[in-house]
Design a protein. Structure first.
Length: 587
């Protein structure tokens, strides 16, 4: 088989390499003559091997030796072993797969404002210049063999699957009934999915749908049957984006494939089901939490993409400024009590709680969690999944967990009086309890606990703090520019002229890095409600949410909108984003 080097260089580069090898005494005239004798009578014809190809096939040269020759000639270093490296997702996103494959190069990592890149052909100045223009930063190049780079591209970017449009074109030529039979036979009869991907186009289509969502940094994939079409949407930075929709006729095959991958019943279409998909992308394992819901026009599938590497974020990466980070670190290090994180679905509560557990996860502490479901699996932590079908509810699991003598307990969510009372009793007997609650703001958590039946004196003695949070989009760093806000915009966030004078206001113009939205990534804005002796007394006396909020404000609590304003003046997000996510402060 012709090695990958056959297409690694231009004809001019071939001649340069051969001349260089002769000058260094690595290629004898007899070897060169023997290789020339094997060339076809009409060299240069389509598909015909070139002289360097034949030399490598015959063993006169090796791809590794060619790479070392070029590196030495151009004063470059050799790349590290590409089979054993890890590359950050944001680095891979700088260079599209098509560009990497076309120019046979691989981004390795950012060092300051420079990008380190492995290349196979230092003579390909056009490709290197094009990459520099694309990423808009200086390049540090190292040399690797074409085979190493090709294998790394497959490992980090995935297989060279066709685009979804190409796959749909392939599928359009097949009979709908025959396609469904082929898919069923291909999926059910294979223990290794890799053996069926080439045989069943529908499997390629589903795989590519998931791969494309991951490459776009989506947090969710929504596959929604409508009356006349099957809609596919990705949620990127909290915003749903509709993508190319597969034909409606493929709906049963796509839904069945996703259910099989999730290990849920394809025969049951009348009740909701939950499952999980594990997939390897870019050299790392990702989990997809899958939910199916019967609708009028078929089963709707939502896949939540869970990236374990995001859990190692420190508090600054979650969006905490240094003062709030210091306060929060002190709270999560307390020996007992309850710490609640509140907010609506999708506001990052679970990520924050996992960040807390990661921060305090030490060998001398026993940590147990009860979750519905277990979204991320953490080393060194005992995680218990809720299973309603066998009676393993939050309350029963929590009751059993306390007999395991933990130091720290995390309850995924307090939903009822029984769970709340057990959690509070645990906090009063020397345990630190973390949990979440669905309320609009931090002081409202007190009212919510009392509303579900917890006695006020238990709330006042056990509750240490409540933190409410929301997620706002961050301005894209590559197209970020400074702007001057209007008086109305400043008034919306109560930013005074003095505060605005020393502030940095910015917006994103929109570029390829952020899908022309001006935003890339999200961060939290927070409201931390601390429970001191004065607040404890007010809770015990039955004070309402508004009185608790007023008291917290006098004690220095910042609202989410005020925290958002700080991040606006630091140039991290925009006024429009904070205003759209938060409500105005009454005081």
């Amino acid at each position: 088989m012709t090695p990958p080097a056959a297409t690694a260089f231009t004809a001019a580069a071939d001649e340069f390499v051969i001349q260089l090898a002769q000058e260094r005494g690595l290629l004898r005239p007899a070897q060169l003559d023997a290789a020339r004798a094997l060339l076809p009578a009409a060299p240069g014809s389509a598909g015909a091997p070139r002289l360097l190809d034949v030399l490598i096939q015959q063993g006169a040269l090796s791809s590794r030796r060619v790479a070392e020759l070029l590196a030495d000639e151009f004063g470059m270093a050799m790349a590290p072993d590409l089979a054993g490296i890890r590359i950050a997702g944001d680095t891979l996103e700088l260079v599209p797969r098509a560009v990497a494959a076309r120019h046979r190069l691989l981004p390795l990592g950012r060092e300051g404002n420079r990008l380190k890149v492995a290349i196979s052909d230092p003579l390909d100045t056009d490709g290197i210049d094009a990459l520099g223009y694309l990423v808009k930063m200086p390049l540090d190049t190292v040399v690797a063999t074409p085979e190493e780079i090709a294998a790394a591209i497959v490992r980090f970017y995935g297989k060279d699957a066709a685009s979804i449009d190409d796959l749909l074109n392939d599928l359009s030529s097949e009979e709908e009934g025959g396609e469904a039979e082929a898919v069923a036979a291909g999926v059910e009869g294979a223990a290794d999915p890799a053996t069926t991907e080439a045989d069943a186009p529908i499997i390629k289509l589903v795989h590519q749908m998931i791969l494309e969502a991951i490459q776009r940094r989506a947090s969710d994939i929504h596959v929604e049957p409508l009356e006349k079409r099957l809609r596919v949407r990705y949620r990127v930075d909290g915003v749903l984006i509709e993508v190319e929709n597969p034909p409606k006729r493929l709906q049963p095959s796509i839904i069945s494939r996703l259910k099989i991958m999730s290990n849920i019943s394809i025969a049951e279409k009348r009740v909701p089901q939950d499952g999980r998909i594990q997939i390897a992308v870019g050299g790392k394992q990702l989990d997809l939490r899958v939910s199916s819901l019967p609708t009028v026009h078929g089963e709707s599938i939502v896949m939540r993409i869970l990236d374990k590497e995001g859990l190692t974020l420190g508090l600054p990466e979650l969006g905490f400024f240094s003062d709030d980070a210091a306060t929060f670190e002190r709270l999560i290090s307390l020996p007992d009590g309850i710490l609640l994180v509140t907010g609506p679905t999708g506001s990052g509560k679970t990520t924050t709680l996992y960040g807390c557990l990661h921060f305090i996860n030490k060998p001398d502490r026993k940590i147990i969690t009860v979750e519905d479901p277990v979204e991320y699996q953490l080393n060194g932590i005992n995680q218990v999944p809720v299973r309603h079908d066998v009676g393993m509810t939050f309350a029963s699991a929590l009751r059993a967990m306390l007999r395991q003598a933990p130091n720290i307990v995390m309850v995924g969510e307090i939903r009822d009086l029984e769970t709340a009372e057990i959690a509070i009793n645990a906090s009063l007997t020397g345990h630190m309890v973390f949990s979440t609650l669905h309320t609009n703001d931090a002081p409202g958590a007190v009212t919510r606990l009392i509303d579900i039946g917890v006695k006020p004196f238990l709330v006042s003695t056990s509750l240490r703090a409540v933190m409410a949070q929301r997620l706002v989009r961050k301005i894209c760093r590559q197209c970020k520019r400074t702007v001057t806000p209007t008086a109305n915009e400043l008034r919306a966030l109560n930013i005074t002229a003095a505060q605005a004078e020393g502030a940095t206001f910015a917006k994103g113009e929109g570029c390829g890095n952020c899908n022309s939205t001006g935003y890339r990534g999200r961060m939290g804005i927070f409201e931390i409600f601390l429970v001191n002796e004065e607040v404890q007394k007010m809770i015990y006396e039955g004070a309402g949410t508004s009185r608790l909020r007023d008291k917290a404000r006098t004690l220095g609590m910042r609202t989410m909108r005020e925290d958002g304003a700080r991040k606006v003046t630091a140039g991290l997000t925009t006024i429009e984003e904070v205003v759209s996510i938060t409500v105005g402060d009454s005081s």
